[in-house]
Design a protein. Structure first.
Length: 449
């Protein structure tokens, strides 16, 4: 078997691996790049819940290989078994040895398997980014009438919304006080729960699943309250763990949060980078380790790694993970960026809150107009942006990106309210009352008290 040689070897073909490869090719067009991945088909990770109720097909959620091959990037469908960093050599399962100059680990994450009795029964599913696995899940969902989702995070509530579109009887069981509790303050979590109930989802919070019952296949879940829910299928959405086995095996520094990296995505070896779910994240404000398994974060890291492979480009440095989230359930969209109030209080920040309630079109009598609820958090001293949360209609996704930009750019409330913005009756709140600017004005009054 002939040894393969390349300049850049990327292990992992998901969003982080793809964007690293494209950015590297753009910055270093003369370098050969190989992406090695285990999956024959790559899926849009955030689109997975929508396979089941909206797209109705796994194929409609796939990412074409053309995005890489048309840019001169090679793909190997294979598995890397071992890495020798001293020799700069990777051992693959089917193609033998691959020599490299630079290595990028984009090995992703694996769903957590909670220690629940009966977790190995038939018709207990996880959210794997695997096309064949998800096709099987789709078939089982079609055969099922009652479905229980364990975990009320983003994926859990999005699955619940999609399954209701199929008229399935759906329940979410969440051990924390609210769904979305890690990402939003209580009042926004309660909005999400109200919308879930409005579309017919049964929501159980402050509740654990103590047992999944059945002999061979699932027939129910037993809750910590003593109640038993009959079910045909269980979807487990209780988080993920970083895939760090290869990194550990090759001697790189690894923590329980992922592969250690610096702000340029370099690992403990100068020619090895790590991006995406497998890489350790650190909070933008505190620099403490922070789990943030988001495709948006992964692709930001990938652009930095791809640009800095052979030389440091100062403007590509990464200052920490903000955590900018957006989701939709029923007719309610939610977004968050930076610190929520619960986290700001826990970390000891002295802060003020600004709020506003406006409509996302003007006049509010226009069709499909939705009320926007905005909550922004600023430091008491200086009025620096700490975080923001929004709820409303479909405009929320881009509105929260503006908040994220303001946080990352070091904006204060006084600077933010002087932003020049564009408005349109069908697309934005009124120029007299833009949602986040009104919330910043509300906070500014408290800063100067």
């Amino acid at each position: 078997m002939v040894m393969i040689k390349t300049d850049v070897l990327i292990i992992g073909g998901g969003a982080a691996g793809i964007v690293t490869a494209l950015t590297a090719k753009q910055n270093y067009p003369d370098k050969d790049i190989i992406v090695v991945r285990k999956e024959k088909t790559v899926l849009v990770p955030c689109g997975i819940p929508y396979i089941f109720g909206t797209l109705r097909s796994v194929e409609k959620d796939r990412i074409s290989d053309d995005i890489l091959t048309k840019n001169g990037i090679d793909i190997l469908v294979d598995e890397i078994l071992d890495i020798d960093l001293k020799e700069k050599m990777a051992e693959s399962k089917m193609h033998g040895k691959i020599a490299f100059e630079k290595l990028v680990l984009a090995t992703g994450s694996t769903p957590l398997k909670p220690p629940i009795k009966g977790i190995n029964l038939k018709n207990v599913f996880y959210i794997y980014k695997d096309a064949e696995y998800l096709k099987n899940l789709q078939e089982r969902i079609e055969e099922s009438e009652k479905i229980v989702i364990i975990g009320g995070g983003f994926i859990g509530i999005e699955f619940a919304d999609e399954l209701r579109k199929l008229d399935k009887e759906v329940a979410i069981v969440e051990m924390l006080p609210h769904v979305l509790y890690a990402s939003f303050d209580d009042e926004f979590c309660e909005l999400a729960e109200a919308e879930l109930k409005n579309i017919g989802v049964n929501v159980y919070t402050n509740t654990k699943v103590v047992e999944i019952t059945g002999e061979d296949s699932v027939n129910g879940v037993l809750l910590s309250t003593g109640e038993k829910l009959d079910t045909d299928l269980v979807i487990v959405s209780t988080g993920v763990r970083p895939n760090t086995e290869l990194a550990e095996k090759s001697g790189l520094k690894v923590t329980k949060y992922g592969i250690e990296i610096d702000e340029y995505m370099r690992t403990s070896h100068p020619d090895v980078f790590a991006v995406g779910d497998c890489a350790e994240k650190r909070d933008f404000f505190t620099r403490k380790p922070k789990p943030a398994m988001l495709a948006s974060v992964a692709t930001t890291e990938a652009r930095i790694a791809g640009a800095n492979l052979y030389q440091i480009k100062a403007f590509k440095q990464f200052k920490g993970t903000l955590g900018i989230f957006a989701t939709k359930v029923g007719n309610l969209s939610l977004g968050a960026a930076g610190l929520i109030e619960r986290s700001a209080k826990k970390e000891g920040f002295e802060y003020v809150i600004g709020r506003s309630e406006v409509f996302d079109k003007h006049p509010a009598s226009l069709p499909d107009s939705n009320k926007v609820f905005a909550k922004l958090i600023f430091t008491k001293q200086g009025g620096f942006f700490l975080g923001g949360q929004l709820a409303g209609g479909d405009t929320i996704g881009e509105m929260i990106n503006l908040v994220g930009f303001a946080i990352e750019s070091g904006y204060t409330a006084s600077k933010y309210i002087n932003l020049q913005i564009g408005t349109h009756p069908m697309l934005t709140p009124a120029p007299t009352a833009p949602a986040t600017l009104k919330a910043a004005e509300d906070a500014l009054k408290k800063i100067y008290l």
